[in-house]
Design a protein around this ligand. Sequence first.
Ligand code: MG
Length: 343
Amino acid sequence: MAAIRSKPAGELALIEQIRRTFTSGKASRHKGVSLGIGDDCAILRPRAGHEIVVTTDFTLENRHFQRSLHPPAAVGHRCLARGLSDLAAMGAKPLAAFLSLALPRQILQTARGRRWIGNFLQGMRALAHQFDTPLAGGDTSESPQDLIFADIILVGTAPRGQSLLRSGAHAGDALYVTGSLGGAQAELSALLKRDRRPRADRSGQHPHLFPQPRLAVGSALLRRHMASAAIDLSDGLSTDLTHLCQSSRLRAEVDAALLPLHPLAARLSSANALTAALNGGEDYELLFAAKPSIRVPSRIADVPITRIGTLFPRNARRPLITLHGSDGSSTELKPGGWEHFAS
Ligand SMILES: [Mg+2]
């Protein structure tokens, strides 16, 4: 929050509102943050023997959310969830978040706009509180257009040299996913069809609005040396598994019948359910590989774990990913990540 003196009154009030929202309760006191919001820089202090992992994510109105569709608390939640999910994929623990916000003048200056901001910040704070993630700084600006932009930086820590990478898998490793797939896509489709804003609540039936980053699973995988490689499912299984295969120089075979469908996806036709699970994106589950000699439990940190396939050595005559259908068919699975509001 540098250069505070150059800010207009609306932005000063916004900074104060952000500070107040995030400095009450336990998320404000964190052993790893020795200096938080209020100076030119924050000072972070990772534990001895740990290293810093960093991820950044843009949240852009009309690309990642629509003001008419998404409750502001869900926008705030999703903003932070994306970064936390990246930390989970590395097996890292959150240390601090930094939020940069550009808001249209009409949001900064109207009571309705200020309510939007308040609910956005509360949605983010609730998730920050859940995962003990202090907001240690950021920046604000008036948006040059009538559009909201939020950029979040997540800083985490992991034991030195032990972060889970996309590149660590070996031929013969089994592939697993956490939780269930396709729920985010199924909920988004329902929201778009209804074309009205749902009530905000944080229950488990909102995989699109309030996804749960799998931090506890990620750190258990790291601690128990269970995973050889991991990635979070932000763009969809077909795309994220492609990334893992390319990074590890392997190919994969996936069994469609094994994919754990979210209850909301299971209500769709079987073709649409499969598409949601493979290409839906934004489920924020983890995809990981484990050596065949490792016994992976059916639940980790109370989250179901499902084996969905196997990794093999590259073979020029085989596709990067083969999908075995329940009808005995075998097809090439190409990356088909979903882009919500792309024209
Ligand atoms: Mg990721």
